[in-house]
Design a protein around this ligand. Structure first.
Ligand code: HDD
Length: 696
């Protein structure tokens, strides 16, 4: 049986520990007695060429960097396992999707797309979600994104799209941002981008955590059963903690306060044993239904609405181990859409077909030759035997004389055997050689409208604001106007709202009437919001804080899996009413944007000190602005008054728990307060507040 340990054990052979008691040597194993002074002629003389230790050390250093990925350069990864829970035995011969006793080891890499390796995590972008399954039948790579559609329909457009979104070539500005002329120039001239641009302008582009985002295989793939019959399939990852996003103002501030926000979040959750988990789901479409939809299954700019073909949960992905070395594992991992195992096959989606070329090709330049499959993270757990030989960095020592097939000198081995071999799906294909897109790919707007119609009011507001922000950075007015013209095919109100924000002519009439259909599964407002697990909650304190309050809040929040942290102006300890209170972090080192919620315990002196501290006042104001849960007990309520937050909502009513503001005027935290506060945190964001006048 393949277990995660199999991959881990195999990796173990390559681990080099900095053993205690070990000696420093050169790469040739020669012990070194001084690595701080180069060999020179006299104390003040020139350095000698013969200093082999100096030359080797510098040469190795000079060659440490490899090219970053041309896209998805910024990323982070982890190991874990996959288990099938509802076997797909009748659809596929892939063992890891059939056998519930298997625990297939995996490596997952999450990424942003446009930014360089050192760019911030919380930019507006698509997130990559690439999974390498080390199955007993060989490696299967599911190289997906956190959005179910793509910008273009044919991979021949990929270099154009990427050149448009990357920093502009003359001045290399802007970094990790789509808010610039070349991207929107491309977009307004290429209407097939419209659906994906709706996703990119939505909150999906700002995930709260990699652990709280969906993943999608995007293309329609094919499952193939033991008799060779095929079924179309779309792959979905659904996070156990729900799908949640940050808000735009917050992401921009996090990019400065903690550019590693998402990377750190994943690392810390795994280190803390709070293992992230996703459910694998499949949408299955029998071949007879290939043409039953009003879009083409081979068009990667389209989803299959879940209401038309439900997502069937079939398995579970758990990430439970951080890599030992970022470069060796996360940087050198090489994904390839073409890595499939028997029972999974491709379709003629022209985007998918192009990817089959690009991934292998890119690894050759990025990892310096054809032997990157021998890097520890890339090695399958399945046995590898073939006649491939030589090349840069060959680490296998192939013995014997016969590196060809057929041979008699090695007894005909490795032999070609039909059992368990990959057999390509026998699709009949017949046609003329043409450069032409199918008419069935022509509708670029219906699903963009479907997405728009499915959004809640708050999500719609965010989409409009995002378009206004991005187009507001575009210098050429004809591009702004062109985008608005495109949007007028999606929804007239959207087009007019964007036009008004960016100072171009709003369209008088809708270009296409809104079809009025929606798909509730697309809205994050409908995602489960019942857990506070791993949510970071700030407890603001100063000297004089009610020790009992802090203790009760801490214990109660930890008990439900949240991560409470005590923040004060200075690190160390605060002098509480009944003894010292340990401070987790000093306020100047953090900010409300790094927390999911904030609570202010009682204590007259403490609250007076917090009121006089601008950063504490700003902390609660900003958390309020970003829709986060806020709790205050006893005197703590005064801090909300100072921040002018205990006023009225947009209906003229006092702020209440249903708006995520949980107040308890009596001192001494009660069970009821905790209960209400936990519900408010689980709701993730409170959208029914009057945010416009709040400065933050
Ligand atoms: Fe791609 C990397 C996902 C279209 C060419 N892609 C890459 C990664 C992800 C995706 C997650 C990072 C893998 C990692 O973590 O190492 N790409 C997608 C999705 C697409 C898509 C979901 C559309 C459905 N990609 C796409 C096209 C092409 C490429 C159409 C080219 C024709 N992608 C690449 C690449 C990369 C890559 C140049 C850069 C680094 C790498 O492959 O290993 O080959």
């Amino acid at each position: 049986m393949t277990t995660p340990d199999d991959k881990d054990r195999r990796l173990g052979r390559f681990r080099v520990d900095p053993d205690h008691g070990s000696r420093l040597t050169t790469d040739q194993g020669i012990p070194v007695d001084d690595t701080d002074n180069s060999l020179r002629v006299g104390e003040r003389g020139p350095t000698l060429m013969e200093d082999f230790h100096f030359r080797e050390k510098l040469t190795h250093f000079d060659h440490e960097r490899i090219p970053e990925r041309v896209v998805h350069a910024r990323g982070t990864g982890a190991y874990g396992y996959f288990e099938v829970t509802d076997p797909l035995t009748e659809y596929t011969s892939a063992e890891f999707l059939r056998d519930t006793s298997l625990r297939t080891p995996v490596f997952v890499r999450f990424s942003t797309v446009a930014g360089s390796r050192g760019s911030a995590d919380t930019v507006r972008d698509v997130r990559g979600f690439a999974t390498k399954f080390y199955t007993r039948q060989g490696n299967f790579d599911l190289v997906g994104n956190n959005m179910p559609v793509f910008f273009i329909q044919d991979g021949i457009k990929f270099p154009d799209f990427v050149h448009a979104v990357k920093p502009e070539p003359h001045n290399e500005i802007p970094q990790a941002s789509s808010a610039h002329d070349t991207l929107w120039d491309f977009v307004h001239l290429q209407p097939e981008t419209t659906h994906m641009m709706m996703w990119l302008m939505s909150d999906r582009a700002l995930p709260r955590s990699f652990r709280m985002m969906q993943g999608f295989g995007v293309h329609t793939f094919r499952l193939v059963d033991e008799e060779g019959a095929g079924t179309f399939v779309k792959f979905h990852w659904k996070p156990r903690l729900g799908t949640h996003s940050l808000v735009w103002d917050e992401t921009q501030k996090i990019a400065g306060k903690d550019p590693d926000f998402n990377r750190r979040d994943l690392w810390e959750a795994i280190e803390a044993g709070q293992y992230p988990e996703w459910e694998l789901g499949v949408q299955l479409v029998p071949e007879e239904r290939e043409h039953a939809f009003d879009f083409d299954l081979l068009d990667a700019t389209k989803i299959i609405p879940e209401e038309e073909v439900p997502v069937r949960p079939v398995g579970r992905l758990v990430l439970d181990r951080n890599p030992d070395n970022f470069f060796a594992e996360t940087e050198q991992v090489a994904f390839h859409l073409g890595n499939v195992v028997p029972g999974i096959d491709f379709t003629n989606d022209p985007l998918l077909q192009a990817r089959l070329f690009s991934y292998l090709d890119t690894q050759l330049i990025r990892l310096g030759g054809p032997n990157f499959t021998q890097l520890p993270v890339n090695r399958p757990v399945a046995e590898v035997r073939n006649h491939q030989r030589d090349g840069y960095h060959q680490s296998a020592i192939h013995t014997g004389r016969a590196a060809y097939h057929p041979n008699s000198l090695s007894g005909g081995c490795p032999a070609v055997v039909p059992e368990g071999a990959f057999t390509h799906y026998q699709e009949r294909v017949d046609g003329n050689k043409i450069r032409k897109r199918s008419e069935s790919f022509a509708d670029h707007y219906s699903q963009a409208t479907l997405f728009w119609n499915s959004m809640s009011d708050w999500e719609k507001e965010h989409i409009i604001a995002a378009f206004r922000f991005e187009l507001g950075k575009v210098e050429h007015r004809h591009i702004r106007q062109g985008v608005v013209a495109n949007l007028n095919n999606v929804d007239h109100y959207l087009a007019v709202s964007v036009a008004e924000g960016v100072g171009v002519e709003p369209p008088a009439q809708p270009a296409t009437p809104n079809h009025g259909r929606s798909s509730p599964a697309l809205s994050q407002a409908n995602a489960p919001r019942d857990s506070v697990e791993t949510r970071k909650i700030a407890i603001l304190v100063a000297d004089g804080v009610d020790t009992g309050d802090v203790q009760t809040i801490r214990e109660a929040l930890s008990a439900v899996g949240a991560i409470p942290e005590v923040l004060a102006a200075r690190d160390g300890e605060a002098e509480g009413s009944e003894g010292p209170v340990e401070v987790t972090r000093a306020l100047p080192t953090v900010g409300s944007v790094l927390y999911d919620a904030v609570v202010v315990p009682g204590g007259k002196e403490s609250v007076t000190a917090l009121e006089a501290d601008g950063s504490a006042v700003q902390f609660v104001t900003e958390a309020f602005k970003h829709g986060k849960a806020i709790g205050a007990v006893g005197d703590g309520i005064r801090l909300l008054s100072s921040a002018r937050l205990n006023g009225v909502n947009d209906r003229g009513e006092a702020l209440t728990a249903d708006q995520g503001v949980v107040l308890q005027s009596a001192s001494g935290v009660t069970g009821e307060f905790i209960e209400q506060f936990v519900v408010a945190v689980a709701a993730h964001r409170h959208t029914n507040r009057d945010l416009a006048p709040v400065p933050a």
